[in-house]
Design a protein around this ligand. Structure first.
Ligand SMILES: [Zn+2]
Ligand SMILES: [Zn+2]
Length: 96
């Protein structure tokens, strides 16, 4: 019997790694404010910018519209941390 492999992606810099997801705005620009959820057992770490948070608020959750606006990008966990070092944390959000 094979076990289900953990959620890994292959990073060109860091090899097979766990991943986090970041909204496209945080990928493209620096010095944005962001909100973040830390990784859980079966949930990746997640971060999104102020603009996304406004859509999230008005949609009252990650609906299709909110997710389309965020255009989530996968980053390995190391790249994820490095990417967010260029941004400013506004608030940690509890996962639901
Ligand atoms: Zn965003
Ligand atoms: Zn990486």
């Amino acid at each position: 019997m094979t076990e289900t492999p953990p959620q890994l992606i292959h990073c060109d810099l860091h090899g097979p790694s766990k991943y986090g997801i970041i909204c496209t705005h945080l990928c493209e620009k620096n010095s944005l404010g962001y909100y973040a959820i830390s990784a859980e057992e079966d949930e990746p770490a997640q971060a999104w910018c102020k603009d996304c948070d406004q859509v999230l608020e008005s949609e009252r959750g990650w609906t299709e519209k909110a997710s389309n606006f965020a255009e989530w990008k996968l980053y390995c966990s190391i790249c994820y941390q490095q990417r967010l070092q260029r941004q400013t944390l506004i608030q940690w959000v509890d996962g639901s």
